[in-house]
Design a protein around this ligand. Sequence first.
Ligand code: C5P
Length: 228
Amino acid sequence: PKRFALVPAAGIGSRMGGERPKQYLTLLGRPLIQHSLSVLCATPLIDKVFVVLSVADREWGRYDWSTLGPKLTPLFCGGASRADSVLGGLRAISNQTEQSDWVLVHDAARPCLAPWHVEKLVREVANEEVGGLLAVPVADTLKLADVQQHVIRTVPRDSLWQAQTPQMFRYVMLRRALEAAREVTDEASAIEAAGLHPRLVQGDATNLKVTYPLDLHLAEWILRNREE
Ligand code: C5P
């Protein structure tokens, strides 16, 4: 089976508070999304890389993507939610995929993806029935609160993980799961809703998601220290 990367990048990044969608913010002189696309295009573990963009996207065409090579294909079929964008992308590539091919869904908003993250995920998920995802064990003590921000109780963190991306599942299983469960914030949730149990592969905190302005500074620091 082949492995395809699918990168949803059709969000507007409202929590960043800027004009420009966060996938196009400048990070070390390049659009944020280009960092993880470079890693996905460069690894021999991935056969093709599809980017799901909004039909209203006005930014993609302003950059030269040819430096990333022939694996990269933009798809202008983004949806109203992340899950809709991923499902739209899966439908758009149906004529290029076999049922048993793997799809690695990676957030455009995670620019610090490193080659070892992809390698470890692929290696550890290769023999799994269902698939899996990068994740990190929760470090903080977690509080469950009411709407007035009073603690109801402390949630034991021993078996809690933070989900990251890439999330790697078989094409047909992922598509079916997302068709059935639309209101999910990641692919694994859809798979879980189908009664299945994705495997967690331990990554690390450098694979952060750029959500708030501080994250952009952290990402810059991480990438800069990795290059040197
Ligand atoms: O908003 P959030 O950080 O959860 O977005 C995660 C990823 O999903 C981002 O890469 C974003 O561009 C993408 N997304 C999308 N279509 C949407 C909303 C978000 O592709 N409608």
